[in-house]
Design a protein around this ligand. Structure first.
Ligand SMILES: NC(=O)c1ccc[n+]([C@@H]2O[C@H](COP(=O)([O-])OP(=O)(O)OC[C@H]3O[C@@H](n4cnc5c(N)ncnc54)[C@H](O)[C@@H]3O)[C@@H](O)[C@H]2O)c1
Length: 470
């Protein structure tokens, strides 16, 4: 099928590449000339596993990039809207990008099209898109609007798209529903998974995925409610971690004990410095606004947010506990993106914590495997960037782990210790066991677990060091 995807960001570009991968002819549209030029030069503008391979495989064949929305719409049977829906100050989603695109689509229709919401939008958006398109002159028989929310996670976006837990198609018209089901048929019927060069199946993925056909409003709510629930799980385990700290219990043991209950599940029960990214914060806020507009107060959603914010304050307190005063301290920071596997720094807890430390006049040397360029734009010139974790650690008063990149969990601790000024690690992602840190003689503060004190020898060395400083 011929598909237009409007927006070539984290979702649009992945969706476009994956639609090409499962056999469709795709035109991906963006109004960002720089991004289009980079894509035309063969670059991959975001850090995402398997995306460079898919772009190399399909670019110039089944996948084209264009700045012309009208041309893309005219050439396609389905038009996916995958533009941003950032938060307004009120917490509502800013739907102006969606509205602009809907109006442009209306002006470009040359026959029946299915307009598909891929962006995360509040309930009733499909009705608004329909109304905007009609007001822009589109005949109601020339299009239908379908909600097809996206559940991919950055870092594993391609695998998530091709091996989804479920595909939700929210359609109020049979004709439109059939077209969108046809688009996903290679996944739903499993033919894609039998191809020789298909992307490897993740360990726990079940194929073929289930297709849920719902009303448009239900599909819109499924997306908001899912993200709010995942954020709730994270905040819940973080609140439990805070109790663990108060009573000297171990959150890793508690989370395992809870997560092995199949009704609860282990995922999203990782204590840490809280969630971030471009989705959970804005989607929880937008869902809160939706609830309020519907006349239902949903205070649980406020609690999710306040626990999340509190986690960052508690982490800063731990840094203070470890270092006493902060002014003038040199801190090695591992991680800038909001989670491992992505270069996305939007609403990253790491960036927010660094900003707070800079306000306290710390000097920061940071390392991230993928997010340095994006972080530079957020943090201006106030941070020094290292080439690797060890370079960041040289002469630092403490090492802070702020993102759960896999490589941060397998560091050479002896080497690290020899480079740091003091053997202090404050781990906001619980990447190490307390025993390992104790064995290596670190003062180790993590989340929801007792502090690992310095080994006696290391403590006296630390005192000596401090004496010689003064
Ligand atoms: N990032 C995620 O992990 C994720 C996951 C699921 C759903 N979503 C949702 O998907 C949507 C897109 O998110 P994203 O992270 O890809 O955003 P993004 O900011 O990375 O990408 C949006 C793209 O749309 C382009 N754009 C904006 N207006 C346009 C226009 N009028 N014409 C053409 N292009 C235009 C921008 O230039 C940009 O490239 C959001 O609603 C988000 O909530 C995101």
């Amino acid at each position: 099928m011929k598909i237009a995807v409007v927006g070539s960001g984290y979702v649009g570009l992945v969706a476009a590449a994956c639609f090409a991968e499962i056999g469709h002819e795709v035109i991906c549209v963006d109004n960002d000339d720089e991004k289009l030029a980079a894509l035309d030069r063969g670059e991959t503008p975001i850090h995402e596993q398997y995306l460079p391979e898919l772009l190399a495989r399909h670019r110039g064949k089944r996948l084209e990039f264009s700045c012309s929305l009208p041309d893309a719409v005219r050439a396609s049977s389905a038009v996916y809207i995958a533009v941003g829906t950032p938060p307004l100050a009120s917490g509502d989603a800013d739907l102006s990008y969606v509205e602009t695109v809907a109006r442009e689509i209306a002006h470009s229709l040359n026959g029946y099209k299915v307009v598909v919401e891929k962006s995360t939008v509040p309930v009733y958006t499909s009705q608004w898109v329909r109304r905007v398109m009609q007001l822009a002159g589109a005949s109601s028989s020339d299009f239908d609007v379908v909600s097809n929310p996206e559940f991919l996670r950055e870092g594993t976006a391609v695998s998530d798209f091709l091996f989804p837990d479920r595909i939700v198609i929210g359609a109020d018209s049979e004709r439109a529903s059939e077209i969108v089901q046809k688009i996903y048929a290679p996944l739903a019927l499993g033919t894609y998974y039998r191809q020789s060069a298909s992307i490897p199946q993740p360990a726990k993925a079940e194929v073929p995925p289930r297709v849920l056909v719902t009303s448009a409003k239900s599909a819109e709510l499924i997306k908001h409610a899912s993200n709010a629930f995942l954020a709730l799980k994270i905040s819940f385990i973080n609140a439990v971690a805070n109790i663990c700290e108060a009573v000297d219990a171990d959150i890793e043991q508690v989370a395992l004990g809870m997560g092995t209950d199949s009704r609860i599940g282990k995922r999203f029960l990782r204590a840490g410095i809280g969630y971030g990214g471009s989705c959970f914060p804005k989607d929880v806020a937008a869902f809160r606004s939706v609830a309020r507009e519907c006349g239902y107060e949903f205070p649980m959603l406020d609690e999710i947010v306040s626990v999340n914010e509190e986690q960052r304050r508690r982490f800063l307190k731990k840094v203070r506990t470890a270092l006493w005063t902060l002014r003038g301290k040199r801190l090695a920071v591992l991680g800038l993106s909001y989670k491992g596997g992505t270069d996305d720094v939007r609403e990253s807890p790491a960036i927010e914590i660094i900003r707070s430390l800079l306000r306290e006049q710390c000097s920061i040397v940071a390392y991230d495997p993928a997010a340095v360029d994006r972080a530079r734009q957020e943090l201006a010139g106030d941070v020094t960037y290292a080439e690797d974790p060890y370079q960041a650690a040289v002469g630092a008063d403490a090492l802070l782990i702020l993102t759960d990149w896999e490589e941060f969990g397998t560091l050479d601790l002896l080497r690290l210790k020899s480079l740091l000024r003091y053997p202090i690690i404050v781990d906001g992602r619980n990447l190490y066991s307390r025993e390992v840190m104790h064995k290596h003689g670190f003062l180790y503060l993590s989340v929801g677990r007792a502090t690992t004190e310095l080994a006696p020898g290391a403590a006296s060395a630390l005192k000596l060091n401090r004496k010689s400083d003064s």
